[in-house]
Design a protein around this ligand. Structure first.
Ligand SMILES: [Zn+2]
Ligand SMILES: [Zn+2]
Length: 343
């Protein structure tokens, strides 16, 4: 095949606190495999936790190439790969379900007992190429920008969590947090026809982004004055979790998305949880089914994450990108994409 092997820089976390660009390469795909050039790679708080060594060690293996939110184009399809051709825009499920374990067999692939995931235990997309089994590769409609497709992964995380709780039409929804997961949650919860969506953010500079993603009311009051029927915690801090409990009304539901750091704990207002008849739900990552549904919603124009993207950097500017994640300065900050389109 022409142009193989592919070589280029990869963003590698060698161990906690140690990040470097190193060359990586990829050769022709094998039987049933697809070789893909990542074009856009989103960075998120989880990447930062991998860099700092704060993620639960059960889910990461160093050294690791970052990049679990991404889109790309097919470079080559190996033998016995149906329906994919070079140049196709694609996304790839990052979790590789083992298939035989009981959770995988019951469709809860996010709980695979032998979990392997791109950007956590397998090479991530901040690299010149990814090789993936064809059944995990999903085609993106030609009219959909690959920048938007890079937000399939966080969209699938959000959709899976929202699908696990009961959101009645007309419900008053509070999203705690103003980062990408919070913005996508405010956008995707519209599928359930809520009465109003409020966002309790940290920075006033996020108000415009929140509005663009469908938030009705943006506030920096913490906790937000409630009560709310559904409270979605997407800030990833223990104070946000405490705020979420305080804002839930009687009979309400609290959905927890944020990762606050391995081993950190939040105080649980036990009496309030009982007296208010609260339902609490955590949601880990996404299932294969949620991924496929998110792709369908993107390809049909229902999932529209583009306004959430605020920054694009080249891979060589990774220190700037990681700094933006830690300290967004004064302006709005949504998704930061590493742009790896061939120049
Ligand atoms: Zn992420
Ligand atoms: Zn499994």
């Amino acid at each position: 095949m022409n142009g193989l092997p592919v070589r280029g820089p990869a963003l590698v976390v060698l161990g906690p606190g140690k990040v470097a660009l190193q060359e990586r390469s990829a050769t022709a795909p094998g039987d049933g495999e697809v070789l893909i050039a990542p074009h856009f790679v989103g960075l998120c708080g989880t990447d930062l936790e991998i860099v700092k060594g704060e993620l639960d060690p059960a889910y990461v293996r160093y050294p690791v190439v970052l990049g679990h939110e991404w889109s790309g184009r097919v470079l080559a399809a190996g033998p016995r790969v149906p329906g994919l051709a070079p140049g196709d825009g694609v996304v790839v499920e990052g979790i590789r379900p083992c298939q035989p374990c009981p959770p995988c067999r019951s469709g809860r692939t996010n709980l695979c007992q032998d979990i392997e995931q791109l950007g956590f235990t397998l090479r991530g997309a901040a690299s010149p190429a990814i090789t993936a089994p064809w059944h995990l590769v999903h085609r993106i409609a030609p009219e959909v920008p690959l920048t938007a497709a890079a937000l399939i992964e966080p969209g699938a995380v959000v959709l899976r969590g929202l699908s696990e709780i009961d959101i009645a039409p007309g419900a008053h929804v509070l999203v705690v947090g103003d980062g990408t997961i919070a913005l996508l949650a405010a956008h995707l919860v519209r599928l359930w026809s809520p009465g109003a969506v409020t966002m309790a953010g940290l920075r006033p500079a996020q108000a415009g982004l929140a509005k663009a993603m469908g938030v009705d009311h943006f506030t920096t009051d913490r906790p937000a004055t409630g009560p709310y029927d559904v409270v979605i915690e997407a800030a990833g801090s223990t104070t946000a979790v405490a705020d979420a409990f305080q804002s839930a009304g009687r009979g309400g539901q609290v959905l927890l998305f944020g990762i606050a750091g391995h081993g950190r704990t939040a105080a649980l207002p036990v009496d309030d949880v009982v007296n208010n008849d609260l339902r609490i739900r955590g949601s880990f990552s996404y299932t294969s089914a949620a991924w496929a549904q998110t792709v369908r919603l993107l390809n049909t124009g229902v999932y529209r994450p583009l306004p959430a993207i605020t920054h694009r950097v080249r891979i060589e500017e990774y220190t700037h990108a990681l700094r933006l994640l830690t300290d967004p300065a004064d302006g709005p900050r949504g998704k930061i994409l590493i742009d790896q389109t061939p120049s």
